[in-house]
Write a protein that binds this ligand. Structure first.
Ligand code: ADP
Ligand code: MG
Length: 254
């Protein structure tokens, strides 16, 4: 397998007026292989979202490098950035908030496709196909975000993320706000999408729930106060944690 994403000594220091600097992410390095589903585990506030946001360009890193398919995207020019960001998509915890409430789901799913030059009609048709792929009836294209359940909205968010055929999907606590049964359904959907994708969809699966990561990921990283403290197969981490923090994280969940 070849590396899809390489993060080298990534660091984020937040400087807020009147407060001491906060190092949210501290020299984090890891590689995600093409087709891999990598878990990123850590308690709330450990820096998981900051890492995701630096990778997708929402937050500028203080230092470090982010290589996507071998190209440094953190310091690349505008064109490199635009190309790179089309190769990555995020799925967030509260899908309803990530959709424009005044637009139908179909409109929002087709938005990036229209931006890429597809006609309204072509984008609408593709949006319906994407809904179907994500286990929703194509008629959901006409619904508004407030007219669907949390699980259905997350399916639509995944459909929207897949529209640009990304190489990397970053799921940041994408199932954390859902009931356990719906959580399982979304994991089943993501597993199916990975199996079906021709070019091997890679996933960075961020969660505070190590048991969930165990079900879905073959390898996981454990983050504590902005630093990577452990890496390995989730089963091995759970059965034989190398440090006290990981042990406590496991005890709090299992
Ligand atoms: N925009 C911001 N400005 C200042 N501090 C932030 C900002 N975003 C996050 N933080 C802080 O950085 C730390 C890591 O946050 P975050 O990356 O959201 O962690 P997680 O996703 O693991 O819960 C926390 O202490 C949080 O309060
Ligand atoms: Mg977070």
């Amino acid at each position: 397998m070849e590396p899809l994403l390489t993060v080298e000594k990534l660091t984020k220091v937040y400087s807020l007026k009147g407060k001491p600097d906060l190092t949210a992410v501290d020299g984090v390095s890891f590689t995600l292989m093409r087709g891999e589903c990598l878990g990123l585990i850590g308690e709330s506030g450990s820096g998981k979202s900051t890492i995701a946001n630096m990778i997708t360009g929402l937050v500028p890193p203080t230092s470090g490098r982010i290589l996507l398919e071998g190209r440094d995207i953190a310091s690349g020019g505008r064109r490199v950035l635009l190309q790179a960001y089309r190769r990555m998509q995020m799925v967030f915890q509260s899908p309803a908030d990530s959709f424009d409430p005044r637009r139908t789901l179909g409109y929002s799913i087709g938005e990036s496709l229209r931006n890429m030059g597809l006609s309204r009609r072509e984008a609408d048709a593709e949006a319906k196909q994407l809904l179907l792929l994500c286990g929703l009836d194509p008629s959901f294209a006409r619904r508004y975000p407030h007219e669907v359940s949390g699980g259905q909205c997350q399916r639509a968010a995944i459909a929207r993320a897949l529209a640009v055929k990304p190489a990397l999907l970053i799921c940041d606590e994408a199932t954390s706000a859902l009931d356990v049964t719906i959580q399982k359904e979304i994991i089943t959907l993501l597993t199916k999408l990975r199996e079906q994708s021709r070019d091997g969809l890679s996933i960075l699966f961020i969660s505070h729930d190590i048991a969930l990561v165990q079900q879905f990921c073959s390898r996981a990283l454990v983050l504590y106060k902005g630093r990577l403290v452990e890496e390995g197969e989730p089963c091995a981490i759970i059965s034989c944690p190398k440090n006290d923090y990981t042990r406590r994280l496991i005890d709090s969940i299992l």
